[in-house]
Design a protein around this ligand. Structure first.
Ligand code: PHE
Length: 450
């Protein structure tokens, strides 16, 4: 086995994992899902899942990686040949996510350019965003630019550089999000939005809410797709695994919460209390935030800085996605790094184009009522990830046995939540995931609500 380089200490590990975890999932995806699925009830379900399932799975994945010193496919294969396929399904997921993730990354890049060139008020008009994404060529150019830069970074192996920049940009992003949230909350009509976001309305609880929250949790924490196994394989034995997981979790969930607090009340303020605006889906952030910036003193500059920071957060995530895809193909086909990168880039461009066109030229293509981008998102987050999560629980709960993971965690310090961990991984998570998957499949077949 090659000599794995490791992260220097706990801070290095936590920051690297947080760089992968915090991205568009927190800033773009979480708020629109929360808005769509009833606000407070979604937030509540998400938080409960984060401290139970999210915690358990992240500990499990990092420990699997650290124990074996291998990434997903190798780790499962080493521990039990029959479970190698779980690693393989996990490895497919980043290849599905990366292309459409980069389409959204392209939108962020476009908005950065618009704000830099002083177009804040144009971007704030009602149809600006929908007109933009419906164009056949322009969004593809921005998408290509975003994924092109990602590929160059991965090809040159200068991830460290980007990570270093993002390490100091990330705290600024958190502060700026907070400032924007406070500004929005002070606008007339915003309080209603805050209440919508934080008070659970139990009548809106359904299996699809839970499935959406669970998919979002996996996505946001980069779980159930092998990424944390790889990160774990670089973690030193003496680093405290359990408390690292707590820190990553707090950071990731904190950013998502603040993003929701910034975006949801602004829907109430700037859409004249029109509740339908809450269901705007993937476009929500791009529709509401320009309106907020346009109304602020110095909004053009604040908007430009904001989109720049989001771009960095998105880049660190897209880099970690591409890195994973490239290393899988590199191991398999042994073509060398540059060639593999170029092939992955070409593949992503091809796969991403339909997602981009799905909002315009290919707008009539709908699978179960979902646009092409939403469909890829649905397949990876609501179908494949729960399946991988389920199989991981079965594998650890019944084949490898939780004790093996507990021992790995305890190489550094006492595992405080080991009882919780064992009960969740053996009983609660597998049963629950199956129930949620089945009931949402029924939902899809009957009245599809996602
Ligand atoms: N967790 C990232 C986000 O929230 C997305 C991502 C998923 C990144 C998987 C890397 C791997 O944006």
């Amino acid at each position: 086995m090659e000599n794995r380089s490791s992260f220097t200490g706990k801070i290095g590990f936590v920051l690297a994992a947080a760089g992968s975890a915090v991205g568009l999932g927190n800033i773009w995806r979480f708020p629109y899902l929360a808005a769509k699925y009833g606000g407070g009830i979604f937030l509540l379900v998400y938080l409960i899942l984060a401290v139970t399932f999210g915690f358990t799975l992240m500990v499990a994945e990092i420990a699997l990686g650290r124990k074996t010193g291998l990434s997903a496919v190798g780790a499962f294969d080493k521990l039990n040949k029959k479970f190698k396929f779980v690693g393989i399904i996990a490895a497919i997921i980043p290849s599905i996510i990366l292309p459409y993730y980069s389409v959204i990354g392209g939108w962020v890049t476009k908005y950065l350019a618009v704000f830099i060139t002083g177009g804040a008020s144009t971007a704030a008009s009602d149809t600006y965003f929908t007109d933009f994404i419906a164009k056949p060529v322009e969004p593809i150019v921005w998408f290509a630019l975003f994924i092109g830069i990602t590929a160059v970074v991965v090809m040159l192996g200068v991830q460290k550089g980007v990570e270093n920049v993002s390490k100091f940009m990330m705290p600024i992003l958190v502060v700026l999000t907070l400032v924007i949230a406070v500004y929005t909350i002070c606008q007339p009509g915003a309080w209603e939005g805050v209440l919508y976001y934080i008070t659970p309305d139990f009548s809106r609880f359904s299996a699809t809410t839970v499935l959406a929250a669970m998919g979002q949790l996996f996505y946001s924490m980069s779980l159930a797709m092998g990424i944390m196994i790889t990160y774990g394989s670089y973690m030193k034995k003496e680093v405290n695994l359990e408390s690292s997981v707590h820190q990553i979790e707090i950071f990731d969930t904190g950013v998502a919460f603040l993003a929701g607090l910034m975006i949801i009340p602004s829907v109430f303020v700037f859409s004249g209390g029109d509740e339908a605006a809450l269901g705007k889906g993937p476009g929500l952030m791009f529709i509401t935030l320009p309106k907020v910036f346009d109304s602020m003193a110095g909004g053009t500059v604040i908007g430009a800085v904001f989109f720049l920071l989001v771009l960095f957060a998105a880049m660190t995530s897209s880099i970690s996605l591409m890195e994973t895809v490239v290393s899988i193909f590199e191991d398999k086909f042994k073509l060398g790094r540059t060639k593999t990168c170029l092939l992955v880039l070409a593949g992503c461009l091809l796969l991403g184009i339909p997602s981009s066109l799905g909002f315009g030229v290919l707008g009539n293509i709908n699978v179960l009522g979902l646009s092409i981008l939403d469909m890829f998102d649905f397949v990876s987050n609501s179908v494949l990830m729960p399946i991988v999560a389920f199989l991981t629980c079965i594998f650890i709960g019944y084949i490898l046995k939780p004790q093996a993971i507990i021992e790995e965690v305890e190489r550094s310090a006492r595992f405080k939540s080991k009882k919780l961990f064992t009960v969740i991984i053996k009983y609660i998570a597998p049963v629950f995931i199956v129930l949620i998957l089945v009931s949402s499949v029924l939902d899809v077949l009957g009245i599809f609500k996602i």
